[in-house]
Write a protein that binds this ligand. Sequence first.
Ligand code: PEP
Ligand code: MG
Length: 907
Amino acid sequence: MSTKYVYFFGAGKADGNAKMKNELGGKGANLAEMTNIGLPVPAGFTISTEVCTYYYAHEKTYPPELEAQVDAAMAQVEKAMGKKFGDTTDPLLVSCRSGARESMPGMMDTVLNIGLNDVTVEALTKASGNERFAWDSYRRFVQMYGDVVMGLKPEKKTDIDPFEDLLEKKKHAAGVHFDNELSVAQLKELVAEFKAAIKAKTGLDFPTDPKKQVWGAVGAVFSSWMNDRAIVYRRTYGIPHEWGTAVNVQAMVFGNLGDDCATGVALTRDGALGTPGYCGDYLINAQGEDVVAGIRTPLRIEETLAKDMPKAFEELDSIGKILEGHYKDVQDIEFTVEKGKVWMLQTRNAKRTGFAAVRIAVDLVEEGKITDKEAISPKRIPADDLNQLLQPVFDLAGKKAAQAGGKLLTKGINAGPGAAFGQIVFHADDAEAIFLKNPKAELVLVRRETTPEDLRGMKVAKGILTAFGGASSHAALVSRQMGKVCVVGASELNIDYEKATVTVGGKTLKEGDFISIDGFTGEVFEGKVDTKPSEVIQVLISKTMKPEESETYQRFAKLMSWADKYRTLKVRTNADEPKQATQAVSFGAEGIGLCRTEHMFFDHVDEFREMILAGDLPSREKALAKLLPFQREDFYGLFKAMNGLPVTIRLLDPPLHEFLPHDHASQADLAAKIGIPADYIARRVHELHESNPMLGHRGCRLGIVYPEITAMQARAIFEAACKLKKEGLTVIPEVMIPLVGYVAEFKNQEKVVREQAEKVFAETGESVEYLVGTMVEVPRACATADQIAGAAEFFSFGTNDLTQTTLGISRDDYGGFINHYKENDIVPNDPFQMIDQAGVGTLMKMGVEKGRSGRPGLKIGICGEHGGEPSSVVFCHKIGLDYVSCSPFRVPIARLAAAQAALADAK
Ligand code: PEP
Ligand code: MG
C-alpha cells in the first residue's frame, strides 16, 4: 500500500484529527478536528509534513504518489463545495498555507485566490455578480503569487517591493488612500502592470493553468520552511529544523464580497491580561491578510461586531464556547464571514503573556474545565513566563506627573503588559546592531507595523510600539509571546523612516530620544517615566500592598501552591546578604544553596587587601583578625534571616589579585590608607598576576596554601551559629569547599573547618550540628565522586565552572563567538544558560551515581546559574538532585519548573 500523504477535510468528515499534529501540522490537524466536531470549515486537504522532509531530502522533488493523491483530494473538495477548480462558469478558488507542528506566526508563506486567470476572473465576476470583487481578488492573487512563488518579494525590507510600488502609484494617480477605493478599471490596469513586472524580472509569463498555480504555491510554501526568518524563529523557540511544515490547500471563502462580509482574527479570551470574553479584530469587506498586516486599523470584535453583524457575532460566540470546551484552552481563531455566514479557517491554542497565562489557567480551574495539574503544565505556563509578573510597572505618581506635564503623546492598544522606557529605534537591524555593541541598551522599537523580518530587532528591544495594527497584529502576537511590553495601533503617530522621526500632536521625537510605553493601558509618553515594582513584588517584597488588594497576586499564590503540591525537588537560593535572603524566602526559597563569601568582603575591601598583601603569616593573621568580626556579623545576619532554614556557606573562591588595585594612582591611594609602601603593593600585584586566573590559584587552592583564611572563615561561621543558638535559634550551617578535584584537597580543608568548630564549641560551651560538603565543579570531581563522597557530606554542582572546565570555554570570554555558534547551529543554545545535557549533564549524572555509591543518600544540589533555568531544573529533577539553588527572583520559576518536571515524570 502506498504511503498516505494527503488528508482531506470537509463536508463534516475529515481524514485527520487534532492528535495528528506531527503529520498534519497544527493548522491541518485542527482544521480536521473542527470539521469532525461539526464546525463550519471550508473543505480542503493537508499535504503532510513527511512530504516536506522528502522534498528537502530529494532536491526539492515530491514523492511519485503525491500528484494522484492531490488530484483525488481536489475532486473531493470540489464535490464538497459544489464548484470546480478552473471552471469557466463558477470556479472554485483555493488558498495554500503552511502549518508546522508548532505555530510559527507569519514566518512562512501563503498564497490566496489560486485558480484565477483571465478567463476564470470573468466567470467569477458573473458568478458573484461583483466585478470589483473578482478583479480585486485577481489583483491580490497575481501580487501574492508574484511575491511568493515567482520571487519578486525583495530580500531586504528596505528594498522596494515592485507590486507595492505600482499599487502606491496607482492610488496616488487616482487620488485615493486605500486599495478598496480603486475602480475596476484601475484594478484591471494593475493586474496587467503586475504581470508585466513579473515578466520583466523573471522573463516568465504568469501561469494561467490553475493546476500549475497550485503546484507552484505548494512548492513555495515548502521552500519557505527554510527561509531566514523561519530559521531564526525556530532557533529562538527551539523547534527542530527536521520537523518540516505541512501544506494546507483549502477552498476560498470570501470576506471581501460586500458589506455583509468580513474577516477577522480573535482570541476567545484576552491574550494580554487573560480577561474573559472575545478579544480580536475584524475588517468588513476585506481578506484575511488585511487584518494581520496592519494596513487598515481594524475594528474590535468585543466592541462593535455584535452591533455590525449580530447574527454572525452570535454564531461566532457559540463557536468560541464550543472550541474552549473542546480544547480546554483559550483559542486563537481566524474566521471569515461570507454573506452573513461564519466560516472557520483556523483554531489553535492561543499565545499569551505570562499575566494572561496565569489568569487563564486559574480561571479555567475555577470554571471546572481543567485540573490544577493541567493548569501548571509547561504548555500552558512556560515557567520562564512567570518572570513577567515580577517585572516593573509604571509608577502611578510618575505617570500622573508625566500626564500633567503634557508628556502623554497618544494612546494605542495595550498588547503586551508591563512598562518600558527606552531610546527610540526605527529599524530592527539598527536595534540589533546597537544591542550587539551594548547589551544593556534600553530600546523601544517604533514602527508603522512589524513583519516577521523584524523578529531579531524585537528580541533585543525592551518595548515595541506600532502605529498600525490591532491586538492580533504581528507586533502584538510576537511581543506577547516574547513577553515584551507592547503597544500597537497608536494611529496618531506619524512615523517618517527617512528622517528618523516620529511626530504626534505637534511634537517630533528623533531616533535616540527616550519614549515610554504602558502595555497595560496603551499610553505612550515622551521621555522616561519611572517604573515601580509589580503587584506580586509589592505584596511579597516591598509589602506596600496587602494580598487581598491584588487579584494578580492571589492568582500567582494559588498557582504556586499547586506547584508546591506536586514538586519533589527543593528550591533554595543563592544569596549573600540578609536582604536578598529574606526576599528569596518570600518567593518561597527553602534555604540558601550558595553564599559566596567573597561577596561579603566588598564592604571591607581595605582590610581584605591588607590580608592579601601580608608577606608573612603573623601579618596575615593580624589582618584576618580584623576581618573576623565582620564575617561573624555577616553570617549572623544571614543565619538570622533564614530563621532555621539550611544555609550553605562556600569558603573563599576567587583569585586574590582580583581584589587588588592595578593602576598606579589607586595603589598609592591604598598605600596611604593601610600604611604599606606603594612599591610593595605594586610588587605583590605583579607576583599575584596570573595568565589564566579562572584556572589559577582560586577555590580550595587558596585555603590549602593559606589555611589561616579557611580557619578565620570557619571560626566566623561557628561563632555566629553558636551565638544564635544561645539566643534560641537553631542553625545548621553547611560549609562548602570550592573547586575540589582531589579528595585530598577536600580532606585538607575539612580538617581545618572541623578543628575550628571544635575550638569554638569548647570556647562558647555551645555546639551546633553542621555539615562539611563540596562544590562539584571540575570534571575530576565527577570522575572521582565516590572517593570524594566518602569524606564530603553533601555535593553541590557548580555548573558555571563545570561548564567552563568541561567545554574548555572560558565563562568570561565566550561572548565573542557564542552567537556565531548559535546562528550556525553548532550549539543549540548557550551552555552557560542551559545545561549542556549531553556533555556537562553526563558528568553530572556520573557525579550523582558515583557520589551516592560512595555515600548512600548523599544530599546533592546545584548552585550554578543553571539552577533557575527551567529546562535545566527539569534535568536536575531527572538525575535525582535534592534541590536547585538560584537567584531570589528566579525562585518562583524554579518552583514551577520543578513541579512540571515531577508531573512529566509521573506520566
Ligand atoms: C559555579 O561555578 O557554578 C558556582 C556556583 O560558583 P561560582 O560561579 O562562584 O564560580
Ligand atoms: Mg565555581
